[in-house]
Design a protein around this ligand. Structure first.
Ligand SMILES: O=C(O)CCC(=O)C(=O)O
Length: 183
């Protein structure tokens, strides 16, 4: 399917940012919403309902991590997934993803379209906005990952995001030790 990037992205191009419209296949958005319903999530300080998996992932999400690997989006299978549900009017504030995660971050969007805004950390006016329709996948690495904050705008409807990341090797080891302690 032809991807229409021009309508979805506005502003100064940023090295390391790209967006793939219709990354999800038919029926998968509904499948993922059903998977979210099966997972118990808890509300964070901003009112977002989140469920995080690090190290051991639910098998239901393997088709998506496998596809990210097959398509070369990640050099190794992502082993950290944050599944979030944003109630109407609630969104993420500006932030950069923690350095404990690897270079590549990829995010799937479900539900209402939100807008993601990138702003350069040096306070210049360099800015990019990306609309994230259901089924789209954004990929962030390089300058987009390290030199820009990103945030999403509040919207009226429900929106889910699935953020895929990789734990750095020292974090992987820490998770393995935690797992051995409880089993
Ligand atoms: O809502 C989104 O897709 C972005 C999520 C995000 O920035 C994060 O989880 O760190």
């Amino acid at each position: 399917m032809l991807e229409d990037f021009s309508a979805l992205i506005n502003g100064d191009p940023i090295e390391g940012f790209s967006l793939r419209q219709n990354w999800l296949r038919e029926g998968e958005a509904e499948d993922l919403k059903a998977i979210y319903r099966l997972l118990s999530a808890s509300r964070d300080g901003e009112g977002i309902l989140r469920r995080a998996f690090e190290g051991i992932l639910p098998a239901e999400l393997f088709p998506y991590t496998g596809r990210l690997l097959e398509q070369g989006i990640f050099p190794e299978c992502p082993d950290a997934i944050l599944f979030s549900l944003y109630p109407p009017g609630i969104s993420t504030g500006p932030h950069r993803d923690a350095p404990q995660y690897g270079e590549t971050i990829a995010g799937l969007s479900l539900g209402e379209t939100a807008t993601m805004i990138f702003e350069h950390i040096n306070g210049t006016r360099q800015r990019l906005t990306a609309h994230l329709p259901e089924g789209s996948l954004y990929i962030m690495r390089g300058e987009a990952r390290h030199q820009y904050t990103h945030r999403t705008t509040p919207i009226n409807g429900l929106r889910w995001s699935v953020t895929f990341r990789q734990l750095q090797p020292h974090m992987r080891m820490k998770k393995d030790v935690e797992w051995m302690r409880v089993h």
